[in-house]
Design a protein. Structure first.
Length: 227
């Protein structure tokens, strides 16, 4: 009975800026994570044992640590490492936004790596052998034959991981980056309307993520019919 949702309408411009940052971070981290994840997947499948071990170690490390700890470590420790490397008098400021972008790319690359590795391994070896028979090199076979099919096969899983990434971006709130949740929290603390603001954020996340999940399921059925 005491709910005052007018605070939401009055704060929509500020919330919209936070939401834009959330979407921007999701897109940048998703693209960066997919690119580096694909490279990691190729490294894990490489015949070079040392390269494969390094890639496997990185993936296992990132998948075994909570994302919030990765954010904290990068935000607080990297400035001191850079100070030690450069010999500066004071630790350089990395900043919340750069920390968020770099840590999310690093973290998501490990998950996209496993997705792409499964996609690459799902391609029959006969197609690779046929590519070699046509005179294609390893890199050409991967670029022209294997990876396009792997991407297509893994599109539903890649989109599902992107939805999870969209939800995880709310963790940048812990380093005071103004994402959608961070903007709502600041308004809630300022106006003393925590229930209204957090309820609005929860409903918004639910509508978006549920709608995207339904879309992913339809795409999954479509690709299953094609295969």
């Amino acid at each position: 009975m005491n709910f005052d949702f007018e605070v939401i309408s009055n704060s929509l411009p500020y919330l919209w800026k936070g939401f834009q940052y959330t979407v921007q971070l999701t897109v940048i981290a998703g693209i960066g994570g997919l690119v580096f994840g694909t490279l990691l997947a190729l490294a894990r499948l490489s015949s070079l044992r040392g390269l494969s071990w390094i890639a496997s170690g990185y993936v296992n490390l990132m998948r075994s640590i909570p994302l919030v700890l990765v954010i904290f470590w990068f935000f607080f420790l990297v400035p001191f490492i850079l100070q030690w490397v450069t010999g500066a008098e004071r630790p350089p400021q990395v900043g919340a936004e750069r920390t968020a972008i770099i840590t999310f790319i690093m973290f998501e690359a490990a998950f996209f790596c496993e997705i792409m590795r499964a996609g690459i391994q799902s391609i029959p070896r006969g197609q690779v052998s046929a590519a070699y028979a046509l005179g294609l090199s390893y890199s050409q076979a991967m670029r022209l034959v294997v990876l396009p099919q792997a991407f297509r096969n893994m599109i539903p899983v890649l989109l599902t991981q992107t939805i999870i990434l969209f939800q995880d971006t709310s963790l940048v709130y812990v380093i005071s980056a103004t994402d959608f949740l961070g903007a709502a929290s600041k308004v809630a603390q300022r106006d003393g309307r925590l229930i209204e603001m957090y309820s609005f954020v929860a409903v918004t996340y639910f509508i978006l993520c549920f709608s995207l999940s339904v879309l992913v399921k339809r795409l999954q059925k479509k690709f299953a019919v094609i295969r």
